[in-house]
Design a protein around this ligand. Structure first.
Ligand code: NAD
Length: 254
């Protein structure tokens, strides 16, 4: 699928990986709906990106709010060809003891935003895409979810987060299988340790230690590297139903 002149919806577009993706897509000639719960950040980026960007304040975990974001793509830009779901939260909480106990409300909120929110956008976007015109390849749309390496290797404090991201990994295959018949591809990116506000709140020495844990290159991943992978996935119609780790080979670490 080409990026130029096609319409994309990016959630979590106000910050980090979503912001880098929205930026990349607009620079490559797409029309982009930026969806984020953070009004200030999303509106500021949309204003910077110009007429091909439109911000809609969105809570991905809310049905009506997510539907309004999809409707904006259809009404303002005349269609929807791509969804990149980056909205997410990652509060650290232990199950018992210090910083605990992990309340059910905390756990449910993380699942609600990261997993239910991803499914919410996926189903609404797929419905809109399935009614669109296919391109010469028969392709109607591409959906890219964001999981995390925590889905495979969750750390202390990540019970809810890792569970939610494991759900996003598991969602990939059934969604890709079902939506293939509509000409819609479904892919998931599982990032490692990326240099975004989600991580930059940590002390410098922690960031350094995290970067050094990556075999090569021994540093944090850059949002532009995530956006570059989105570009590759969108452009390559033969990539489907796959979870791609973007982690500098962190699982190779001894
Ligand atoms: P970030 O905190 O910089 O950006 C996340 C964005 O999501 C924010 O703008 C926030 O306002 C928005 N958001 C939060 N809740 C929302 C909701 N209910 N509805 C709509 N928007 C909402 O984080 P990031 O690092 O760019 O993370 C992007 C995605 O990548 C997340 O799903 C995260 O779990 C995942 N991820 C990040 C890393 C990392 O190291 N940064 C690693 C693995 C996975």
């Amino acid at each position: 699928m080409k990026i130029e002149n096609n319409v994309f919806l990016v959630t979590g577009a106000g910050s980090g990986l979503g912001a880098a993706t929205a930026d990349m897509l607009v620079q490559a000639g797409a029309k982009v709906v930026l969806a984020d719960i953070n009004q200030e950040a999303g509106a500021a980026l949309a204003a910077k990106l110009g007429a091909n960007a439109r911000f809609v304040v969105t809570d991905v975990s809310n049905e009506a709010s997510a539907a309004a974001a999809v409707d904006t793509a259809l009404k303002v830009f005349g269609g929807l060809h791509g969804l990149v779901s980056c909205a997410g939260i990652a509060p650290a909480k232990r199950i018992v003891g210090r910083d605990g106990p992990h309340g059910l409300d905390d756990f449910a909120r993380v699942i609600q935003v990261n997993l239910v929110g991803t499914f919410n956008l996926l189903r609404l976007a797929a419905d809109a895409m399935s009614k669109g015109q296919p391109n010469d390849d028969g392709e109607r749309g591409v959906i890219i979810n964001t999981a995390s390496v925590a889905a495979y290797d969750g750390q202390i404090g990540q019970a809810a987060y890792a569970s939610s991201k494991g759900g996003v990994v598991a969602l990939t295959l059934p969604a890709a299988r079902e939506l293939a018949r509509h000409g819609i591809r479904v892919m998931t990116i599982a990032p490692g340790i990326m240099e975004t506000p989600m991580l930059l709140g940590m002390p410098a020495e922690v960031q350094e230690a995290l970067g050094a844990a990556v075999p090569f290159p021994a540093r944090l991943g850059k949002p532009a590297e995530y956006a570059a992978l989105v570009k590759t996935i969108v452009g390559n119609a033969y990539l489907n139903g796959e979870v791609i780790r973007l982690d500098g080979g962190i699982r190779l670490a001894p």
